[in-house]
Ligand binder design. Structure first.
Ligand code: SF4
Ligand code: SF4
Length: 405
């Protein structure tokens, strides 16, 4: 470990206090989904806090100030790095925390500390910056395939409009029924909307932010915000919870000032359109639905009621809840950019959601996140329990009868 390698200088005062404040009570262990499927003690929030305190002690403690910083055990650094990247950054531990530690914000900052030391990120995450620079998305897919395979031909997109729609990389490349549903709903509402051309709708920055790789963020955010501003956008609508999360919470900081438009989740746009009469469900659905709250939508930005209101507005629908829902929901395993590195964990967590939905005798599992959509569908193949999985906007578009699907 090099000298002057403080582990706290880039953390906020609140985060330094939070690391100190953990009482090691273990209350959060009861709700950690990674802990539940792996049983590994090193992954637990109190153990991660304890390890990070060791780093602080070595680089920022009284002894280090008097006698210089001491070496940190390499194995401890590697154990911590693995633990902080195996976490799905779902934030459930923060919701349960007895001293109110905001873990959904803290863990990515601790990941950034490991990136600075060349220890993180892990696996395919290490290629993200290069891939996004080359293609504009973290999936290494050509921009020419961003909209063309799924965009409904009858929906028109304006050059300029007060509403803009950002589709997002995971939706367009891994969960096309979801983004197609979004566009069908926007089109059916009759509200003019604009979009950036596929080569300009680059990554929102969330995968880089959540894995602690912050160098490119300012550039990506400025490029996107300025492109929407010249189109006269006043409201940016998006369905991906990860995109909405970074847009609402972090874009202003990377942009350097307040955004020139509001951020709305597609469920917020949809419930407004249903309430105003711009949209109306024409079909009945006599089914028992169970809705899974995406972690970055519920705990991330507090969008909990709007998706439920959309579903309850469909005639005939009975809505049931997971034992843990809303602010307490259990991660389906796809968060924190961990799903492609810790695949088996993600599959096991996805199956917990499937099993509970089946046990609750739901006819359909409703998701609202492209990462959940891709991974939970994957988790169901080769699983003994089966349930129909549908994205919320895919279902809404079907019930509104938006024409071509
Ligand atoms: S954020 Fe989620 S996965 Fe990570 S430690 Fe907390 S509860 Fe576990
Ligand atoms: S609940 Fe909070 S204080 Fe208790 S161990 Fe977990 S993180 Fe630490």
């Amino acid at each position: 470990m090099k000298k002057n390698n403080s582990f706290t200088k880039d953390l906020s005062a609140q985060q330094r206090i939070e690391i100190d404040a953990c009482t090691q009570c273990g209350e959060c262990l009861k709700c950690c989904p990674v802990q539940e499927v792996t049983g590994k003690p090193k992954i637990s929030p109190p153990e991660k806090m304890r390890m990070f305190r060791e780093f602080i002690k070595a680089t920022d403690g009284m002894k280090s100030r008097l006698f210089g910083q001491s070496e940190i055990d390499k194995e401890l650094l590697e154990d911590f790095t693995k633990a902080v990247y195996e976490c799905t950054v779902c934030g459930a531990c923060g919701e349960a925390c007895t001293v109110g530690i905001h873990t959904q914000r803290l863990w990515p900052m601790l990941r950034r500390e490991m990136v600075k030391r060349g220890l993180g990120p892990l696996g395919v995450q290490t290629k993200m910056q290069e891939v996004i620079t080359n293609t504009g998305n973290p999936y290494n897919k050509p921009a020419s395939e961003r909209f063309s395979p799924w965009f409904p031909a009858h929906v028109s997109v304006e050059e300029k409009a007060e509403i803009a729609y950002y589709a997002g990389c995971t939706g367009v490349y891994e969960a096309q029924p979801m983004v197609k549903g979004d566009v069908l709903i926007l089109g059916a509402s009759g509200v003019p909307f604009t979009m950036l051309p596929p080569e300009d709708e680059v990554c929102c920055g969330f995968p880089l932010f959540i894995t602690g790789q912050h160098d490119m963020l300012e550039g990506l955010v400025k490029r996107l915000v300025d492109a929407y501003a010249v189109r006269g956008v006043k409201t940016l609508v998006c369905s991906c919870p990860c995109c909405v999360n970074i847009m609402a919470r972090d874009w202003p900081a990377f942009y350097g000032k307040e955004l020139p438009f509001k951020i709305r989740h597609i469920s917020q746009f949809t419930i407004d359109a249903l309430n105003s009469g711009a949209l109306r469900f024409k079909r009945e659905l006599n089914e028992r639905l169970i809705y899974h709250d995406p972690c970055y939508l519920s705990r991330g930005v507090g969008v909990i009621e709007e998706p439920r209101s959309v579903l309850r507005s469909i005639p005939g629908v009975e809505l049931v809840e997971f034992e843990r829902h809303g602010m307490d929901s259990r991660c389906c395993g796809s968060g924190g950019a961990a799903r492609k590195v810790f695949h088996d964990n993600a599959i096991a967590m996805g199956r917990l959601a499937i099993d509970e939905a089946v046990a609750k005798k739901a006819d359909r599992l409703i998701l609202a996140c492209p990462a959940c959509y891709a991974k939970v569908n994957e988790a169901m193949s080769d699983h003994d329990k089966k349930i129909k999985i549908t994205d919320i906007m895919e279902l809404a578009a079907e019930m509104i009868d938006c024409g071509e699907r």
